[in-house]
Design a protein around this ligand. Structure first.
Ligand SMILES: [Zn+2]
Length: 253
């Protein structure tokens, strides 16, 4: 038996046209269950009731783990802009070199806002994943005029609560769009000639000091060592710190 929240989420995703097997995978349920719920139309009221579109305004259940990841993506490289009337457009820029990230961003958006469809726009070298809703600012109250680094970015209490429970997902979201895992090469002169050492490290770039602080606070709470590489960059290079991040961030793919 699954709880109502899972059923509602599966139905909402399914109503968007996402195939049953995909919905089953996202929600961690059997494909047969998704088909069954669709047939029964169980709790199908959420599919037609627009008042239930927003977790903040109408108390629709919010998947905290996915939200924490999407919050990281949004703060890392997302934008919210006014579209028309009161509709807002959320965009996450994903580099084409990492198709897995594009898929994951699209999935995260559809889980957090299942009543809006997710679009993709091809741009040179990157894909813009986007979604329209009147409620993006409810979910991301950090939305405001101007670039993120020109204004103060602070989490609200309810967001802090989610991030403190799902810190790994938040860090993963922040590293995914604008950070990278790469191999650093260093040369050490030795008696019998130079030796090269290679080690993997994570690198995260953000122009907003507030967002860098949210990132390093999250790393601190996970007890992962980091250092400020230069003004905009945070580097995680210690072997055990890289190993910890590999557990839940992993190389981009
Ligand atoms: Zn709302």
């Amino acid at each position: 038996m699954y709880d109502d929240e899972t059923v509602e989420r599966a139905l909402a995703l399914s109503a968007q046209g996402i195939p049953h097997d995909e919905v089953a995978r996202i929600c961690g349920v059997y494909e047969g269950s998704v088909r069954h719920w669709r047939r029964q139309g169980r709790r199908s009221d959420i599919l037609v009731d627009p008042r239930r579109t927003c977790p903040r305004c109408s108390g629709r259940p919010l998947d905290h783990s996915t939200y924490s990841y999407l919050l990281g993506l949004y703060l890392g490289d997302g934008h919210i802009a006014h579209h028309r009337r009161r509709v807002l457009r959320l965009t996450i820029a994903c580099c084409d070199g990492w198709p897995g990230l594009i898929e994951e961003a699209a999935k995260a958006i559809s889980v957090v806002m299942p009543t809006s469809s997710v679009g993709r726009l091809q741009r040179t070298g990157c894909t813009i994943v986007n979604s329209y809703s009147k409620h993006w600012a409810c979910l991301f109250p950090q939305h405001g005029p101007g670039m993120k680094h020109t204004r103060k970015i602070a989490l609200e209490a309810w967001q802090e609560e989610i991030v403190s429970e799902f810190t790994r997902e938040f860090v993963r979201g922040l590293i995914h769009p604008d950070g990278s895992r790469s191999t650093n090469r260093v040369r050490r002169p030795c008696k019998d000639g130079d030796r090269w050492y290679e080690y993997p490290r994570y690198f995260s770039t953000n122009t907003s000091a507030d967002i860098r602080r949210l990132f390093t606070d999250a790393l601190d709470s996970l007890k992962i060592d980091w250092k400020q590489a230069n003004e905009r960059n945070i580097s995680i290079a210690k072997r055990e710190a890289v190993a910890r991040l590999d557990e839940f961030v992993g190389p981009k793919y």
